[in-house]
Design a protein. Structure first.
Length: 261
């Protein structure tokens, strides 16, 4: 029996299919305007690649619009993103006790126990300051591609200080630094550090227990990862999977646990 997870986020949609304890395949796309269309496309492409039909897979949905994805018949049930990220991270590494998930428009810090059960969590979804959207705005202001931003931390000589908490005000700071002749590397490094500081403050509200895993698209930004590790005084544990897929994996595991017999 096959089980699937569909995670429609604010910027990307992910789908994954499990057979037993093996990931058969996965897909990741930029979201479409409608979450149902995003789910249809991301899972449809994956099923086509695997030579499967929709009825071959029992899928659960998570992320934005997950209820609508279920109503449209693309998933059997829906589960919260918090539960799915906790489940996926723990399945990949049972030593994990804290999961930091940084997505496009929200950030979550999730505490779990030795059985992978949710203990506590805190979420920032009222402001883009600690999310991938913050990085997108600043990268655009710097004339950089988003994937170029993280590496700047490692070549910067004198990173600037970004003090504004609001993404738009931070963009104004970035432009001001550019006008004063600061290098893009130093400004980008300051952006990455500011991002890490925002996530750190969020983590302190719920507490961090080792081992700690990082999920979500921002986990691909090496500069933010390094700065966050320095602030937390730890090294993130490896999850052996694209960090953007952890939520979809968790959804598939929930489906397997409920309908796998």
């Amino acid at each position: 029996m096959l089980f699937g997870g569909i995670d429609v986020g604010s910027l990307t949609a992910k789908a994954l299919v499990l057979e037993g304890d093996k990931v058969l395949g996965w897909n990741n796309i930029r979201v479409l305007p409608n979450p149902v269309e995003s789910a249809k496309k991301v899972m449809g492409e994956l099923l086509e690649k695997l030579g499967l039909k929709r009825d071959d897979v029992i899928a659960f949905a998570t992320g934005y619009g997950r209820e609508k994805v279920v109503e449209a018949g693309f998933a059997k049930e829906h589960v919260s993103e918090i539960s799915c990220h906790a489940k996926g991270a723990f399945w990949l590494n049972p030593r994990v006790r804290t999961v930091i998930d940084i997505g496009g428009q929200d950030a979550k810090v999730i505490r779990i126990d030795e059985r992978g059960r949710l203990v506590n969590f805190v979420m920032n979804d009222k402001c883009a300051a600690g999310t991938g959207r913050f990085l997108e705005i600043q990268a655009r202001a710097l004339g950089l591609k988003l994937e170029e931003l993280g590496g700047m931390t490692f070549i910067a000589k004198n990173p600037v200080e970004i003090t504004a908490r609001c993404s738009i005000f931070a963009q104004t700071e970035v432009l001001h630094y550019l006008q004063r002749g600061f290098s893009r590397e130093d400004i980008a490094a300051g952006v990455n550090k500011a991002m890490a500081q925002r996530v750190y403050y969020l983590a302190m509200r719920v507490g961090v227990e080792r081992e700690v895993a990082l999920a979500g698209g921002v986990a691909k930004n090496r500069g933010v990862v390094r700065e966050l590790e320095k602030l937390l005084n730890l090294k993130f544990v490896e999850l052996r999977m694209d960090p953007q897929l952890i939520g979809a994996l968790g959804a598939a595991i929930f489906a397997k646990e409920k309908y796998g017999g």
